[in-house]
Design a protein around this ligand. Structure first.
Ligand code: NAP
Length: 240
């Protein structure tokens, strides 16, 4: 998709990969809509985008809340008359082995990482149908293809998101709604600190791997998301 002038909703845009993506897409000429819970932070970012680039809109949204997600999509459609792209990026991890992961925390991240994106898709799909199609980019993780002790619950949410993306791609092809799954690797953001800890093990979740490659920068992931938006592969990885 040529992203100039396109209306792009980015969830989890208050920091990390989502923020870097919002900045890059705005710079590339898109009308970006930033969604996350931190209203003040979003407004500060939007002011910055207005100053340097162009139109941008902050819509504080809890991506676990169906009514809030629908209100977000309605607001954007009302303002711009179209939604060209949805980037389902908001996400959180929990750390804990299968034996001890806190089930309430697992449920919370499942709601954010799986049901949130599905509800956002359900809200935008009718709007995209009305305007002839669109692109949905679901941000997964390379760990969805791996089995790493204490990361299983988080990886399972992303594996579920992969399956939703693959199925929706077939279901929506005739409506010209395209689906791309983005697979970031370990990225230098506050993701580890923002993860839910399992109280039973009192561990913080995903930690930098020792002796492994340097984590990617959020800006590098945003570049790959932009590449995915332009070329619309079914899957976008960092190393391709
Ligand atoms: N960092 C990595 O190593 C890595 C690797 C692979 C995949 N990923 C995936 O990439 C995506 C972005 O990760 P990141 O590293 O940028 O994480 P991050 O720095 O922790 O940022 C997470 C974003 O999600 C938002 N968020 C959290 N809960 C929310 C909720 N209930 N409703 C709406 N927004 C919510 C946060 O904003 P508020 O707190 O303001 O709501 C924030 O903007 C996630 O889906 C993550 O799973 C990350």
């Amino acid at each position: 998709m040529d992203i100039q002038e396109k209306v792009v909703i980015i969830t989890g845009a208050s920091e990390g990969i989502g923020l870097a993506t919002a900045r890059l897409f705005a710079q590339a000429g898109a009308k970006v809509v930033l969604a996350a819970r931190s209203a003040d932070t979003l407004q500060t970012i939007v002011n910055e985008l207005h100053e340097h680039y162009r139109e941008a809109l902050a819509v504080p949204t809890d991506m676990r809340n169906k009514d809030a997600i629908e209100a977000l999509v309605d607001r954007v459609f009302q303002q711009y008359g179209r939604i060209d792209m949805l980037i389902n990026n908001a996400g959180q991890a929990v750390r804990g082995t299968v034996a001890d992961v806190d089930i309430d925390q697992f449920r919370q991240i499942f709601e954010l990482n799986v049901l949130g994106p599905v509800q956002a898709m359900q809200a935008v799909i009718p709007k995209m149908r009305q305007t002839g199609g669109g692109l949905i980019i679901n941000v997964s993780s390379n760990v969805s293809h791996m089995h790493i002790p204490a990361i299983g619950a988080y990886a399972a949410t992303k594996a579920a998101l992969n399956m939703i993306s693959d199925t929706a791609r077939e279901e929506l092809a005739s409506a010209n709604i395209r689906i791309t799954t983005m697979f970031p690797r370990q990225t230098a953001t506050n993701f580890g600190n923002n993860s839910l800890a399992t109280q039973r093990t009192n561990q913080q979740g995903p930690r930098p791997r020792q002796g492994g490659p340097e984590p990617d920068r959020a800006e590098a992931v945003a570049q790959k998301i932009l590449e995915a938006a332009r070329h619309e592969p079914h899957e976008q990885y960092m190393d391709r």
